[in-house]
Structure formats: C-alpha cells, structure tokens
Design a protein around this ligand. Structure first.
Ligand SMILES: CC(C)(COP(=O)(O)OP(=O)(O)OC[C@H]1O[C@@H](n2cnc3c(N)ncnc32)[C@H](O)[C@@H]1OP(=O)(O)O)[C@@H](O)C(=O)NCCC(=O)NCCS
Length: 161
C-alpha cells in the first residue's frame, strides 16, 4: 500500500485528533499525571495550531491509501535564549504518533525522516524532540534516526521516601 507523507489538510483534523488521542493515552500509561484525552484534546490541538503560527510549524500526516494513520508536528523556528547559552534557533518536534495497528512498519521512521528534511530545508541546524524515559521504543527509534541525548531531566518522588 502506498504511503505518502504530506502536509495536513483541514479535513484531516478528526483523524489527527484520533492519533493525538492514542498518543495521549499511550503517554498516560507511562505518566499518570497526564490528563485524560477528553479533557485536553481540543485545547492541545488549538495550541499546536497556534504554535505553528508563532514558530513556523507544520503538521505532516502519514497517508496510507487515503487514510491518515499517523502525524508529526515540527516547529522550525524556536529561539533558544538565555544567559547560559548563546542565542540560536532550533527546530522542535512537538508530537509524533502512529495508530496502534500500523506501528512497526516504518511509518514512524518515515514521518521522522520527513520532519528532518523539512527542518533542514528551513535552514535550521538543530532538531529536538522530548520523550519520556519510560518510552524505550520511541527512544530507540530516535537514536536509530540520528538523535543523541542532550539533556536528562531527573525527578524524585518525595512521597516514595
Ligand atoms: C513511536 C512510534 C511513533 C513509532 O512509530 P512506528 O511506525 O512503529 O515506527 P517504525 O515502524 O518506523 O519503527 C518502529 C519499529 O519498527 C521497525 N521497522 C522499521 N521499519 C520497518 C519495516 N519496513 N517493516 C517492519 N518493521 C520495521 C523498526 O526497526 C522499529 O523496531 P522496534 O520495534 O525494535 O522499535 C509509535 O510506536 C507510536 O506512535 N507510539 C506511541 C506514541 C509515542 O510513543 N510517540 C512518541 C512520543 S515522544
């Protein structure tokens, strides 16, 4: 079946929201502090569209024979500003998900490769993605696709002693 990675169209929104729901559910299994999809999905989507406006972002979908089975959001102009670092601009992948039954067929890697090409084409050098430590499959895929660790956020559950 032909797979096409393309920019989202307005009529893709319901299918993207289905993918987003799976992403939120997936991450919620890793971190119980994440909100239930029904409580946040519409707001997350609105925020993504706003971020695309502000940070020159695009949402691409994986179109398999006319069905949207995955998506990726990539912002290409995020400013790194702060006293400790020199100022520069980086790209940020905000979301990446492939619907459950379509995983392990190379679709996630294809979305990621497309986002990399897109970011490079935008003239930016650095491409970032945040991932939960409890998501080793995603971490392994990112490493295979050329990503290296940049920052590790540690957290202590003080209730656990
Ligand atoms: C992470 C995620 C996007 C990866 O998407 P995917 O389509 O399964 O990714 P790929 O198929 O490209 O790669 C995943 C696996 O398939 C294998 N694979 C790649 N191309 C393949 C192909 N043509 N045929 C069979 N397997 C293939 C890869 O080796 C990889 O192996 P693994 O199971 O050891 O990891 C997907 O699993 C997902 O949506 N997960 C839930 C949400 C999530 O974690 N998102 C990331 C948040 S940061």
């Amino acid at each position: 079946m032909p797979l096409r990675i393309r920019e989202r169209k307005p009529q893709d929104t319901p299918a993207i929201l289905d993918c987003m729901r799976e992403l939120q559910d997936w991450e919620r299994n890793i971190d119980a502090r994440l909100a239930a999809p029904d409580d946040v999905l519409e707001r997350l989507w609105e925020e993504m569209i706003e971020d695309c406006d502000v940070f020159r972002g695009t949402v691409f979908v994986a179109d398999l024979d006319g069905a949207v089975v995955g998506y990726i959001g990539v912002l290409t102009h995020v400013a790194q500003e702060g006293t400790a670092e020199v100022d520069y601009v980086y790209a940020q992948i905000t979301d990446l998900a492939v619907r459950g039954q379509y995983r392990s067929q190379g679709i996630g890697s294809a979305l990621l490769a497309h986002a990399k090409t897109h970011a490079r084409g935008a003239g930016v050098r650095w491409l970032r993605i945040n991932v939960r430590a409890g998501n080793p499959a995603a971490v392994a895929m990112y490493r295979r696709c050329g990503f290296d660790d940049r920052e590790i956020v540690l957290e202590h559950d003080l209730a656990a002693g």
